[in-house]
Ligand binder design. Structure first.
Ligand code: SAH
Length: 342
């Protein structure tokens, strides 16, 4: 049976006509699902009972087995149990001017970055477009948490699931559906070079690239994908893409104490990014029990790194460390069951 979240409003409208009911029924149903957060057809009391029954034979709602953990800083980590029993995680982060949801694009991840917990648990499978959209629908429309931005920075490598990710963006940005603004979506990749151009051609959301290593020796170590798609290939591809005016690529660099946080590395990074419209996000390492030897640098050390970048004309920001107390921060999503609702 097809998921009710798998269609855009226009597609659904056409299906509804096939059922020999008036078109306005489509708008009623979408209002229930996306404005009121209905999770069954039974609740849709302004539809004839027989029609509700017919709909539930044709479309299913995603199973919403959700549990969540609250961080002291306001961040919430949600876990969803998928139909096949796999668990994925999404993290909601309230901020002053925006509220961001970090979504997963795969169950686990195959990239094996040497600092990331998701990589340590390995790859299980791709998510479908509706499983990705479901995370946003559940939090924005059902839980009704305020939500302005979506980042594909949860579990998984989005560009290795490009078709479903592109389709999920269509679902998320459907104005009568989940209705997230295109400019408010960022997809983050480890840098699957042959897929970047394809992705940029198919959708115009923002792109972020995880670097962490600023030369090939370091990056081979931290991000094994560098062995197939190294920094020269990555940067020359990014330079050759005709970016729209004003569009910047975000580069993410994980700051690991005494490993990736030196001033020399900051200078190396500035050089690497020459000629690419870029800004840098410095992510203080989130410590975890999988990689106990990796530590967070002092705030002063990260600030110094940032100052070097700024002095070289590279715009840089330090990412706040959110949700670390609930293993909800960058690189901490492992999909281990939380058990009871927190
Ligand atoms: N696979 C994509 C999407 C995940 S984004 C990508 O890597 O870009 C997750 C971000 O968190 C990446 O930038 C990654 O480098 C970073 N990260 C992973 N583990 C981390 C950790 N323990 N502490 C801080 N950042 C981490």
């Amino acid at each position: 049976m097809e998921s009710i979240l798998a269609l855009t409003f226009d597609e659904f409208k056409d299906r509804i006509v096939d059922l020999l009911v008036p078109r306005y029924r489509a708008a009623q149903i979408y209002e229930w699902i996306f404005q009121r957060g209905a999770t069954t057809f039974d609740e849709m009391t302004n539809l004839p009972v027989a029609f509700r029954q017919e709909l539930s034979k044709l479309y299913k709602f995603p199973k919403l087995e959700v549990s969540h953990l609250n961080s002291l800083d306001g961040t919430k980590k949600f876990q969803f149990m998928l139909e096949d029993g796999h668990i994925i995680e999404s993290v909601w982060m309230p901020e002053e001017k925006r509220n961001t949801l970090c979504v997963s694009s795969q169950v686990g991840c195959a990239m094996k970055c040497a600092f990331c917990v998701t990589g340590a648990i390995g790859f299980k499978r791709n998510l479908t477009a509706e499983e990705i959209a479901m995370q946003v629908w559940a939090i924005k429309c059902v839980e009704k948490l305020p939500l302005t931005n979506v980042v594909y920075m949860g579990m998984g490598e989005p560009l290795l699931n490009i078709d479903h990710v592109v389709r999920s963006i269509e679902l998320l940005t459907d104005k009568i559906g989940i209705a997230v603004g295109k400019r408010r979506i960022t997809v983050s990749t480890v840098g699957i070079v042959p897929k970047i151009r394809e992705f940029v051609a198919k959708t115009d959301v923002k792109l972020a690239v995880s670097l962490t290593g600023t030369n090939n020796i370091d990056r081979d170590h931290w991000m094994p994908i560098n062995k197939s798609h190294n920094l020269e290939k990555l940067t020359s591809e990014l330079k050759s893409i005709p970016w729209a005016e004003g569009r910047k690529i975000t580069f993410e660099v994980v700051m690991i104490k005494d490993k990736t946080d030196s001033e020399n590395q900051a200078r190396e990074l500035a050089k690497l990014l020459q000629g690419i419209p870029s800004k840098v996000n410095l992510i203080p390492y989130n410590e975890n029990s999988f990689f106990p030897q990796l530590k967070t640098p002092s705030p002063e050390k990260i600030e110094k790194y940032k100052q070097v970048l700024l002095s070289q004309g590279v715009f840089a920001m330090i990412r706040l460390n959110r949700g670390a107390d609930i293993m909800g921060a960058c690189g901490q999503l492992a999909g281990q069951s939380l058990g009871q609702n927190a």
